[in-house]
Write a protein that binds this ligand. Structure first.
Ligand SMILES: [Zn+2]
Length: 444
């Protein structure tokens, strides 16, 4: 039996994202078993694919710390409204109208966009029904996905038809975790009570226990929007993060999307419990939520990653757009020196990997780590003449500059195109799937 081929990238500018290392021109040899070697002038052995990447940047694939694959099909279908209206009038009814087939198309469209933009791993908040489809599609695509069904057992209304019984929701989540959670594999389970206003206290508390028994992540939204926070304060007498602490939902195994509006004591909770924050700057602007205090979080030692959130509140799943915005939104508030580009690139790679529990295998280029790698070629005028690599990548680069991508040493993108995907068929399926879904909505 011949060994699976290795790949040798020669002469690129490596941004390893290992904390003590700066940019270096070097070769990198890797395969399905991981990164084998990083050094000057590596000589290839037999059965090695060799690519000359001189003049290009080589860096870890991005890790998006918060996305919604199920919503990608709804891109552009929920505009000009703040969070609670956005959810109740548009997103929940559309999620409820998903079939397994339409969710499948939404997942494929999500992964196509993510891979083409250099993202190789994501923490996703499934949806209430059919979430097994997301695991199937991630495995088929060879994409590193952590997801779990969204849990919703409380609401002022039937939430578009998504409202569940507490026990049934917990059981369905735990059954999916038993089937799909693979701590060493490409797909992992994350328990996903959607947000505090859509979940009973009982569901939140039991979810924490179930997740910890399986050593799985807990993924929810918190402290996103002023309107939402008014309701939380009225109901719990505390801010959102404080209320989650009371329910046992903080800790190093918890990822909270947003955290835009923390109270002073809540920053301390995040810091002391080592709870992760998924920063989604586009969404926070588009839904008129605000600007998360990311520089303050970082100086307090709080763990932060970056995610695009859902397509209808962004409307891209593009880490380059998120990185650029993460920097820009802080500057009018804190001065032009706030959140340097290198720090932002760290959040998009090593920070995100740590946040979603993959910090021991992805997010950095180092021997023994998984070969989740992207090559970015400065081709268009927007990347020239180039200066500091971190600045080039955060502020100048676009997702269309991603030339090649590997996940676990297996190439997914070559010359800026997905390998083995029929994109025309995908776009046609997406068009049909959203049109059929909207018809189901009208007739329901
Ligand atoms: Zn979200």
């Amino acid at each position: 039996m011949t060994a699976a081929p290795q790949t040798l990238l020669k002469g690129g500018t490596l941004l390893t994202m290992v904390p003590e290392e700066g940019p270096m021109v070097a070769d990198i040899l890797f395969g399905p078993e991981g990164i084998v070697r990083i050094a000057q002038d590596i000589q290839p052995i037999e059965n090695t694919n060799i690519l000359n990447v001189s003049g290009a940047y080589v860096l870890p694939g991005f890790v998006q710390a918060h996305v919604h694959f199920c919503q990608t099909l709804f891109r552009g279908r929920a505009e000009q409204v703040p969070l609670l209206d956005w959810l109740e009038q548009f997103i929940w009814p559309m999620e409820a109208a998903h079939t397994a087939d339409s969710l499948r198309v939404s997942a494929r469209l999500s992964m196509a966009e993510l891979l083409l933009g250099g993202t190789t791993a994501a923490l996703d908040m499934g949806t209430v029904h059919h979430t097994q489809v997301l695991f199937e599609e991630a495995k088929a695509a060879g994409f590193r996905l952590i997801t779990g069904k969204a849990m919703m057992d409380k609401g002022p209304n039937p939430m578009g038809g998504l409202l569940e019984q507490t026990e049934a929701s917990l059981q369905m989540a735990d059954d999916l975790a038993a089937q799909w959670h693979d701590a060493e594999g490409l797909v992992q389970y994350a328990y996903a009570p959607r947000f505090i206003l859509s979940c009973t206290d009982e569901l939140m508390r039991e979810t924490a226990q179930l997740a910890r028994a399986r050593k799985a992540l807990i993924h929810t939204h918190a402290s996103e929007n002023p309107g939402e926070l008014d309701v939380v304060r009225e109901r719990y007498g505390r801010g959102n993060i404080g209320a989650l602490e009371d329910l046992g939902l903080v800790g190093p195994d918890v990822v909270l999307a947003h955290c835009v509006l923390p109270d002073v004591d809540e920053t301390q909770i995040l810091q002391q419990s080592q709870t992760g924050v998924a920063h989604c700057p586009s969404t926070n602007l588009k839904l008129a939520s605000g600007v998360a205090p990311i520089p303050a979080y970082l100086s307090d030692g709080i763990r932060v990653g970056i995610g695009a959130d859902g397509a209808p509140c962004n409307n891209r799943l593009d880490m380059f757009a998120e990185m650029r915005l993460a920097g820009l939104v802080q500057k009018p508030l804190l001065g032009a020196a706030a959140l340097p580009a290198k720090r932002i690139l760290e959040l998009a790679t090593v920070g995100g990997a740590d946040l979603v529990g993959l910090g021991d295998r992805v997010g950095q280029l180092k021997t023994g780590f998984s070969a989740d790698i992207q090559v970015i070629r400065p081709q268009g005028p927007h990347m020239w003449p180039g200066a500091d690599p971190y600045t080039d990548l955060v502020y100048s680069a676009q997702s269309t500059d991603v030339d090649a991508v590997w996940v676990r040493g297996c190439q997914k993108v070559e010359n800026g195109a997905l390998m083995g995907w029929d994109m025309d068929a995908l776009f046609e399926n997406a068009r049909t799937a959203i049109s059929d879904l909207r018809e189901r909505l009208v007739s329901s």
